[in-house]
Design a protein around this ligand. Structure first.
Ligand code: FE
Length: 347
């Protein structure tokens, strides 16, 4: 046996899909997921109840999951790959880790701007929930009139006030990529240089760290995905409530292209052994009840527009104009974004 075969057998055994005659009758779905929330349990149990298909889950961070898929190659037991952010989904797409899906239900329910276009290599994915990337500011230090747009983060008045996570993080690559789509690469680079010139500190930490640093006054203004803010609003810890009370939120670019929106999304894995089950699972994720649960797990909005989130803290943020740049082009634009952050030193 060569190493790949051993690896595949090990994976199959770990997933409980080894070719025992009795187990062969059972319908299974092998889900590789970068998401893990409590509500997901209910979601998966409901799918099994509806279809009789048992779900084997492999949960890991996005990068380790992709690495595992690459190593497993054609022997991978993965049926569905669930990732977070268009930058990562696109990366998996161009690496050919997905396969095409013909599903009238998915095409009808998931808005065209929230799924990848068939890229000719026959690899595609579908956004299942959305989040927005917003500006947060310290209510004492910063006049909100100064930070109504992403472009404003480069204003000279904000010198020493701007904090972000690393420009190389997928959330930043997607946003900077979207800026490059809207402004052109050169203008986006000028903007990026302006933002870097305004840094209060070198990029570090995640979005929650940026929110906390804005609340403490170390930073005047920062960027965060909406769900981190909502998590804080819903927290019953007094220190989180305190942080939330010191921070104001802006929906950027309401008078121009709208606020940057990104997705959690899924596709059928390239070598899915249970392809039909995989498509059933994606269609299930796009169903009304699953959409509510899936979005609720991470305080996101359902991708299917007719489904209400029912999440009061999330709805308390209000309504906004979303950037309707197709999410596939946001993913692709990370190539420009990577060049921009290198040249601007946004690390
Ligand atoms: Fe996140």
């Amino acid at each position: 046996m060569n190493r790949t075969t051993i690896h595949a057998l090990l994976s199959a055994a770990l997933l409980g899909t080894a070719a025992a005659p009795a187990a062969a009758q059972e319908q299974v779905l092998n889900l590789y997921s970068a998401r893990h929330y409590q509500t997901d349990e209910t979601l998966y149990a409901d799918f099994t109840r509806q279809t009789g298909i048992r779900i084997n889950r492999i949960e890991a961070g996005d990068e380790p999951l992709l690495e595992r898929l690459r190593n497993e190659g054609a022997n991978s037991p993965a049926d569905v790959l669930l990732l977070v952010d268009a930058a990562r989904l696109w990366k998996a797409q161009v690496e050919g880790l997905f396969q095409p899906v013909k599903s009238a239900a998915l095409e009808q329910r998931i808005p065209a701007t929230l799924r990848s276009k068939d890229d000719g290599k026959g690899s595609e994915w579908f956004g299942m929930s959305t989040r927005a990337r917003v500006i947060v500011y310290n209510k004492v230090k910063v006049d909100p009139a100064l930070v109504q747009n992403y472009e404003d983060l480069a204003r000279p008045e904000l010198k020493g006030m701007v904090c972000t996570r690393s420009g190389a993080h997928p959330y930043m690559l997607s946003l900077i990529g979207a800026m490059s789509e809207h402004l052109g690469e050169q203008k986006a680079e000028e903007w990026a240089r302006g933002v870097v010139a305004n840094f209060a500190r070198a990029p570090r930490g995640g979005d929650t760290d940026q929110i906390r640093a804005v609340a403490s006054g170390e930073c005047g203004v920062a960027l965060t995905n909406t769900y981190y803010l909502v998590r804080m609003l819903r927290s019953n810890k007094s220190e989180d409530q305190e942080v939330a009370s010191r921070v104001g939120m802006i929906w950027p670019n309401q008078k121009s292209f709208g606020t940057h929106v990104n997705v959690s999304g899924a596709g059928v894995a390239k070598h899915a052994p249970n392809r039909a089950n995989a498509i059933k699972f994606l269609e299930y994720l796009a169903s009304d009840s699953a959409q509510t649960y899936f979005a609720a797990g991470n305080n996101e909005w359902p991708a299917v527009s007719s489904v209400k989130s029912g999440n009061r803290a999330l709805e308390s943020l209000g309504r906004f104009k979303a950037d309707d740049l197709p999410i596939g082009s946001v993913g692709r634009a990370q190539v420009n974004a990577a060049r921009i952050i290198d040249r601007a030193g946004w690390r």
